[in-house]
Ligand binder design. Structure first.
Ligand code: AMP
Ligand code: GLY
Length: 380
């Protein structure tokens, strides 16, 4: 990570007055505090508030203090402590490295032996510092959805919902990834459920952090499990998700910059509600062969223009230009091919029509993004 002084100097040299911090690592590292200290306006939470993503144990304790519905849990700071705590849980066992682990710090184990081995790996340094402490949780049954809100620490503006597809393979099989595709809205988050998530999860979190002297300013991404007992918090992210961000932006009709600045300047209360298109946006991630293991680098990509001529938008995630100026793959998740439609089925058809025009022989994508919702649409 770049030194905070370097970033501050860069902003000063170019007379930059407003900074939007995207990813979690610099937020958890306190870059927002450093830039605010230098007199800049910043979109993104302080180091203290970013603990919501940076420490699973911090968030679980906060939920307990504020009465926010989430899975029961135990924090453990040593392998012996964790093994003893595990006796109180029944399978499947949910084990989480406390700190940031790029989405790889969660293990769901069916058997005790598997859980013991995973704990040994975590405390053995598999995730470095992130695994110095572990959270063990009750397993929650249900469907997952994501809910987004902007807040300046006092006012909260809902930003809609989305659903991601975390597994690499069709039918939600294979290893976990950062996300292979998403859609928004997520009709499973009915207006009633969105109200519950706001009132029972997001608002009490914002209030508790403010009361405890660490007001949260930025975007709050609540991952929730829709259980038989109502929505429960799975985790918080202190950023727009990837690929959830792409579908939210595709639907956004308000001026994003105005809202981010209003958050930074603590005047979200002066802004009208965000306007989102009633259409559905769906994005398909095109990844490089090998992902989520070792992705093949350098594969040529052509015909993005043809895909965009259909009305789709192709967001670049892991691309580069080679010395001759050709577009090539330079990461795991390479492109997000995103389209709108009247419903999920139409948005899916539009997105895949664009995908099929892109020439990326060393890449792949899931062909079933949106399947749960489309099944529900077809069931009527
Ligand atoms: P997290 O990084 O905390 O979001 O966890 C990654 C994934 O593990 C989540 O998106 C869920 O699919 C799953 N997961 C996490 N915690 C639980 C839980 N308590 N019960 C069931 N599944 C969970
Ligand atoms: N797509 C999940 C995340 O950004 O954390």
């Amino acid at each position: 990570m770049r030194n905070h002084g370097e970033v501050t100097a860069f902003c000063a040299a170019r007379q930059i007055g407003f900074v939007v911090i995207g990813p979690e690592a610099p937020l958890v590292d306190g870059l927002a505090d450093s830039l605010r200290g230098a007199g800049l306006s910043v979109f993104g939470p302080s180091r203290a508030a970013a603990q919501l993503e940076g420490s699973k144990g911090f968030t679980k304790d906060l939920c307990e203090r504020a009465g926010i519905p989430t899975a029961g849990y135990v924090r453990a700071a040593s392998l012996a402590e964790a093994r003893t705590a595990l006796d109180r849980f029944s399978p499947p066992y949910v084990l989480k490295a406390d700190g940031l682990a790029a989405g790889k710090g969660v293990v769901i184990a069916q058997y005790r032996e598997e859980a013991d081995a995973a704990l040994a790996d975590m405390f053995g340094g598999q995730f470095g510092e992130a695994g110095a402490e572990v959270v063990i949780e009750e397993f929650m049954q249900g469907e997952e959805a994501s809910f987004f809100a902007l807040t300046d620490g006092a006012i909260i503006l809902p930003f809609g919902g989305a659903q991601d597809h975390k597994r690499v393979g069709e039918g939600d099989t294979g290893p976990n990834t950062g996300g292979m595709g998403a859609y928004s809205p997520a009709p499973i988050l009915t207006p009633e459920l969105r109200g519950e998530v706001m009132n029972r999860i997001v608002a009490p979190t914002v209030r508790a952090l403010a009361d405890e002297g660490m007001p949260y300013s930025g975007v709050l991404y609540a991952g929730v499990m829709l259980t038989a007992d109502g929505p429960k918090l799975v985790e918080y992210n202190c950023r727009f998700g990837d690929p959830e961000c792409q579908v939210l932006m595709m639907r956004l009709e308000s001026d994003l910059g105005e809202y981010l600045l209003a958050c930074a300047e603590s005047r979200l209360g002066t802004m009208p509600p965000l306007k989102l298109s009633p259409q559905t946006a769906l994005t398909v991630v095109m990844a490089a062969n090998g992902y989520p293991g070792t992705p093949e680098k350098g594969g040529a990509i052509e015909d993005i223009e043809a895909a965009e001529a259909t009305g789709a938008r192709v967001f670049h995630a892991g691309t580069a230009l080679d010395p001759s100026g050709r577009l090539i793959a330079a990461g795991g998740r390479v492109l997000n091919v995103t389209a709108l439609g009247a419903d999920t089925a139409e948005a899916q058809a539009n997105a895949y029509a664009a995908v099929d025009l892109i020439d990326f022989p060393t890449g792949f994508c899931r062909r079933d993004i949106g399947w749960r919702e489309i099944e529900r649409e077809q069931a009527g």
